[in-house]
Unconditional design. Sequence first.
Length: 357
Amino acid sequence: MIEIRGVTKRFGSFTAVDNLSLSVRAGEFLTLLGPSGCGKTTLLRLLAGFEMPDEGVILLDGQDVSHLPPYRRSVNQVFQSYALFPHLSVRDNVGFGLRMQNVPAPEAAARVAEALEMVSLREQADRLPHQLSGGQRQRVALARAIVCRPKVLLLDEPLSALDAKLRHNMQLELKHLQRRLGLTFVFVTHDQEEALTMSDRIAIIHRGRIEQLGAAGEIYHRPRTPFAADFIGQANLLQVAVVGRNGTTARVRVGGGLELTVASAELPAGARTALVSIRPEKICISKQRLDTENLFEATIEEEIFQGATDQLRLVTTQGTRLHALVANESAMQEAFHEGDRVYCGLHLDDLVIVQAE
Ligand SMILES: Nc1ncnc2c1ncn2[C@@H]1O[C@H](COP(=O)(O)OP(=O)(O)O)[C@@H](O)[C@H]1O
Ligand SMILES: [Mg+2]
């Protein structure tokens, strides 16, 4: 549906998008995820035609649109900052595009009603923009873009002004709608949870380049760079020395002496040092000795209550510090407290090498 080939965009001497290539499949929900300033908005503006690339080409549906103006591209964009027609009601703002397309009035009314329902603004349909909150105006902008059902919808942090609960509902609604109508979404966010909740695939953007591209689960479970591991979710990043190989596994040593077994497929031949990423929730903790590979003992230095989970700060007998996350499920389960000595286990597959030399 979209093909970006070697696109570079500079502002003066600053390179905002750096020789970036990316294909977006028809009907997929692709998210551009990255910290503020990494070039996400610039990339969307290049797709929409509000910026022209200095190098590279952009194809939409096989057509080279690199130098076509926005109105000649079949994409629709919801911006981070949105403009509504101040003199039109919410309903008329949302229906505006359909009137321009000469959609018959009964169909237009039904689609507007559906879009307003989706963004929970049915009761505000007759209000004017100045009578709405920031979050409500953002939802109007979203409804206005969705109602036209463009082939590709570009969404630049469209949920950023919403409070947590509404934001979560809208994430699910938007995902549902995208699936049901088979629309192609390119969605921008700096919020990793939002990206994991909504996306088929995620492109992690760092300094104008794609750091990693993959299915949401793949990005989470198999981050391929320290930046990706750290940006998505929480990660314990440990510098290790490779001390031996044995067929399908390898032994690595963390400073202080803690030794762990990793899958040797993770380590390139000849690597002597590496950076291992361990997700906090993958560390299995028990007061009883566990029957597992990568068993070690630790003391709980600090316990932080987080509602559904407890964040534990561990220090192993070798002095390695680790963050762990345990579910706060029921009173039937073991409870952990500061000062407890515990056994920790780690499955081979949960040790991910994100860098090796
Ligand atoms: N029109 C512009 N002129 C100069 N610099 C710009 C312009 N637009 C964006 N930039 C710079 O390019 C970088 C990427 O910006 P942007 O794409 O908005 O990042 P993001 O959306 O990921 O936060 C930033 O450092 C920003 O200051
Ligand atoms: Mg932006």
